[in-house]
Design a protein around this ligand. Structure first.
Ligand code: SF4
Ligand code: SF4
Length: 460
């Protein structure tokens, strides 16, 4: 049985070959707005690991030190609960925005669409010209001119891919790590591998795979059908208004003049007039293309527009539905929870742990000494200087061989600490310390103190 038109992938030829697309770039209000958003997103993505916010890179996933810097917020390994908030926000954000606005992520914010449509295709057009010229060039035999253009284009793609891969690596290695890895690739084998792999993947995508990523590789295109319903916003063709297609002079025809401009601008090669299709990334190109035709004909814009399937069938556009409200409430709850947790979290975290050598030492004067490690996490943006005082026992001493206990912002300081007291009446008692800093922080910490039994026997 022959396949219905929409049962085949738009870029698959009759013999199973890849149909190369030459989409026309269109200018229009949505494409302009989308391009502006794309440049803001590209800027944020590319500058985040290179600029400082409150003394640290705006974004740095410092996995070896188990620290995560996020626009002024420093998260430690012990702050995994915050990452749960961020993860929950990401998941419910996708649920909410897809149920409400359909594939808005694909069209407006996905890095694939953003870089391909706003960086790669403009470069290609600059070097190889308009779609008809590019098609002719690809079909032409190899000449010096063709080789020059192709080398120039792929060199430009390589520069863009390398820049993105460098920034991506900087998210994990940090600025210095990236420069060190690029100066001596063998000093950072992991960073160098990430950089090379990322550059290769991007070159493959920008140079050849392109819309196939959205059509055959990205799981989100399939996932969205579960999250969307007939009331979700989507870009669609109004068949009721457009059909039957005909010449502008034909009084019995609908508004679609079958100029196919909506088809030639589509980056995934589909004809939106055939209905909602999985390949559509909601990029708005066909919408702007059709609006430009309607403007020329003096007809109302919006033959292709943002609408919902129910609205197209004459029902009310109903964006606020129970599932959207439920997802929205969950998102608000996560945002409130995250903000509250961040606002209320202690700026400094203290832990006193026992060293792994002898549990205690009896000093020549009969007193007992425990060797501990004082671990201070400074989660603030400024360096802090700490002091340790003994609260209990009254004649106890806490001595650190380190003169000043300074912990840099976002760092964890580990200091040796000797706790000394008279031999208590029990093998184990408690030592209470008060840790203060030069910014008003003060916290009492209790730690078990080990010693000899009262009769002089070892406690261990
Ligand atoms: S651009 Fe508009 S008028 Fe032209 S074919 Fe597409 S829907 Fe019809
Ligand atoms: S059908 Fe329209 S919105 Fe969908 S991908 Fe093609 S041009 Fe973009």
């Amino acid at each position: 049985m022959p396949l219905a038109e929409n049962d085949t992938v738009s870029t698959l030829g009759d013999r199973g070959q890849r149909m190369w697309l030459y989409p026309l770039r269109v200018a229009g209000r949505f494409v302009k707005a989308r391009t502006a958003v794309a440049y803001v997103l590209i800027t944020l993505l590319l500058i985040a690991p290179w600029i400082d916010v409150l003394g640290h890179p705006a974004m740095h996933f410092d996995i070896p030190h188990r620290r995560f810097y996020f626009w002024g917020l420093t998260l430690f390994a012990t702050d995994a609960n915050y990452l749960m908030f961020l993860f929950g926000g990401f998941i419910f954000g996708i649920f909410f925005f897809t149920a409400l606005l359909g594939r808005v992520w694909c069209g407006w914010a996905c890095p694939q669409t953003v870089f391909l449509e706003s960086v790669i295709r403009p470069i290609e057009q600059l070097i190889e010209g308009q779609p008809s010229q590019r098609k002719k060039l690809d079909a032409a035999p190899w000449t010096a001119g063709k080789v020059f253009k192709k080398v120039l284009k792929f060199t430009a793609f390589l520069v863009v891919s390398g820049a993105i891969a460098t920034t991506f690596t900087a998210y994990f290695l940090g600025r210095d790590g990236v420069f060190e890895a690029q100066a001596d690739p063998f000093s950072h084998p992991v960073g160098t591998t990430i950089f090379i792999a990322m550059t290769a993947v991007l070159m493959f995508d920008f140079g050849w795979f392109r819309e196939q990523t959205c059509i055959v590789a990205c799981p989100y295109g399939r996932f969205q059908s579960v999250l969307m319903d007939a009331d979700s916003l989507t870009i669609a063709y109004d068949a009721g208004r457009g059909e039957p297609r005909g010449k502008p002079s034909d009084k019995d025809a609908g508004d679609c003049i079958d100029c196919k401009k909506c088809v030639v601008v589509c980056p995934t090669g589909i004809d939106i007039r055939k209905g909602i299709q999985m390949e559509c990334v909601n990029c708005t190109a066909c919408l702007d293309a059709c609006d430009s035709i309607m403007d020329k004909l003096g007809r109302e814009r919006g033959l292709i527009r943002y609408t919902s399937l129910n609205a197209l069938e004459g029902r009310k556009l109903r964006l606020l539905r129970p599932r959207v409200i439920a997802y929205g409430l969950a998102l608000v709850a996560i945002a409130v929870g995250f903000t509250t947790a961040v606002t209320m979290r202690e700026p400094v975290e203290i832990a006193v742990t026992r060293m792994t050598n002898a549990p205690f030492v009896v000093l020549p004067d009969g007193r007992v000494q425990n060797m501990m490690t004082l671990r201070i996490s400074n989660k603030t943006a400024e360096p802090r200087t700490f002091s340790v005082a003994v609260v209990d026992p009254p004649r106890g001493e806490a001595i650190s061989p380190v003169e000043t206990l300074v912990v840099q912002p976002g760092q964890v300081g580990k200091f040796p600490l000797l706790l000394i007291r008279d031999n208590p009446n029990a093998a184990s008692s408690t030592f209470t310390l008060k840790i203060e800093d030069d910014h008003g922080f003060a916290q009492e910490v209790g730690t078990p103190f080990l010693s000899t039994e009262p009769d002089g026997k070892d406690a261990t």
